[in-house]
Design a protein around this ligand. Structure first.
Ligand code: TYD
Length: 201
């Protein structure tokens, strides 16, 4: 049986990465093989593109194209083979991040992202997307106390407001796939919410 594809999304500082180890543990306790991966990245080439994407200034459309180049490789080498053999894939970010950051944040036309998505994904979509949502002030405050920020993490509150709105818009337009998690509550409460959602899958 084909595996399930779960993606984690949210602004920088929304806390999504904190929860992947618990999700992996929960799935493995149910006998599921889990492939945990991330974007941009997830393959040797993708990780090299990640270094460029997170550090080098570039035109917003170049950024979009490189995100999808990394994604093409990721789907071909990691995601599809895993799903086909029945493993579940947990990806820290996927295409919703491109809609949020490159289209919502940088202003790349959504139609261009749609074209690349159609080309690169050939119908592949996540079965479930957990959107970790916090007010922008919280995410910006968390980032300020974090380690050395990358190119995206150095952006302004205005940028993150656009990101958050674009993510919420994606969630509203795809209610069957998205679950919005209120990430502005005690860590244990978020954990319980996440576990309940994963269990339904
Ligand atoms: P992130 O997932 O936040 O990793 P870490 O927690 O290690 O910092 O970093 C990835 C960054 O890449 C994040 O700022 C969002 C950005 N990004 C895009 O702009 N577009 C995309 O399509 C993807 C996948 C990520």
């Amino acid at each position: 049986m084909r595996g399930k594809f779960i993606t984690l999304e949210g602004m920088d500082g929304a806390g999504k990465s904190t929860h992947s180890p618990d999700i992996i543990k929960l799935l493995e306790s149910k006998g599921v093989e889990v492939v945990a991966t991330r974007e941009p990245g997830g393959t040797a080439l993708g990780e090299q593109l990640r270094t460029l994407l997170l550090n080098e200034p570039m035109h917003p459309e170049t950024e979009t194209l490189l995100m999808f180049a990394a994604r093409r490789e990721h789907i071909a080498k990691v995601i599809e083979p895993a799903l086909t053999r029945g493993a579940w894939v947990l990806s820290d970010r996927f295409t919703d991040a491109t809609y949020a950051y490159q289209s919502g944040g940088r202003g790349v036309l959504a139609n261009k992202v749609i074209e690349l998505e159609t080309w690169v994904q050939v119908g592949l979509q996540p079965d479930l997307t957990l959107l970790f949502d916090v007010p922008v002030e919280i995410s910006v405050a968390r980032l300020a106390s974090a380690r050395t920020p990358d190119k995206f993490e150095r952006e302004s509150s205005e940028f993150f407001t656009k990101i958050r709105n674009a993510y919420l818009d994606r969630a509203n337009k795809n209610p069957n796939r998205f679950c919005i998690i209120n990430s502005n509550q005690a860590l244990d409460d978020v954990k319980v919410e996440v576990e309940n959602i994963i269990s339904t899958l």
